[in-house]
Design a protein around this ligand. Structure first.
Ligand code: BEZ
Length: 252
């Protein structure tokens, strides 16, 4: 994941990520679960939520910007900096939890990540997660691609949004049993009158920063205006999210 994160802006304007993340915990079969690794913990809000629920937690992220804030806000929690596709835990955990992170891992590193998670779990341990699934932000990405091409740029979305079949196959290939999987639309309200423009500046900054300031501002303006009929309703902007939720279990 090669993105520089603005940890303060993320916490302030995109706190829906944490609110929805709490629902991911419902995927977990809680009997006997004591320890949880929060994979891609970001600023640690959900790691802290898991700790408040009574679990022994460990937060892991590859972004030092995010971890700096996490350690400042939650000094009692153990956070480590590591790459999700290349890590090892000294003590295996009962569950690995991940919210809105796995789509940032390149397709060709997904199996490496799954192998690391598998090794980090006790036998019977659970991998529960939510990520962007097939069709996630289709309106936004299709339009951005077109607007970049019109100006002579290639738009490369660094995300991986798999279908259930595709992802379950990868999980099974490393030894997981996929016990639950669902793909569903979740139009997600964004904050403020500039909700979509702010979302683009936060999450598309890697692609947008390659453009001239003029092209960048034009593309944001055109994206917002073009998508308004579909993504703005009764004073609220929405992101056209499609979520993939899964519970996979390491064989005993
Ligand atoms: C998401 O699905 O959570 C997401 C995908 C791409 C950029 C930002 C967020």
């Amino acid at each position: 994941m090669n993105k520089i994160w603005d940890s303060e802006g993320y916490s302030l304007n995109f706190d829906f990520v944490f609110k929805y993340g709490r629902g991911v915990l419902d995927l977990l079969e809680k009997d006997g679960v004591k320890s949880i690794l929060d994979l891609g913990c970001g600023t640690g809000v959900l790691t802290n939520f898991l700790a408040d629920e009574g679990y022994q937690v460990l937060g892991m992220d590859s972004s030092s910007e995010m971890l700096e804030k996490a350690r400042r806000d939650f000094p009692a929690i153990n956070f480590i900096e590591a790459d999700a596709a290349n890590f090892e835990l000294v003590n295996p955990v009962d569950a690995v939890f991940s919210n809105a992170v796995l789509h940032w891992i390149e397709r060709d590193k997904q199996v490496d990540m799954m192998k690391c998670v598998y090794r980090a779990l006790v036998p019977g341990g659970q991998f529960v997660f939510e990520m962007g699934g097939k069709g996630n932000n289709r309106l936004i990405h299709t339009l951005m691609e077109e607007l970049f091409a019109r100006r002579g740029y290639k738009y490369e979305a660094p995300f991986y949004f798999p279908s259930i079949g595709e992802y379950a196959t990868l999980l099974e290939s490393v030894g997981f049993d996929v016990r639950y999987a669902i793909l569903f639309d979740r139009p997600t309200p964004l904050k403020g009158e500039n909700g979509l423009a702010d979302w683009l500046r936060m999450f598309q900054n890697l692609q947008l920063s390659q453009l001239s300031i003029r092209d960048r501002e034009e593309i944001i303006f055109e994206t917002v205006n073009t998508l308004k009929p579909e993504l703005y309703s009764h004073g609220v902007w929405y992101s056209d999210y499609v979520r993939l939720r899964v519970r996979a279990v390491k064989k005993i």
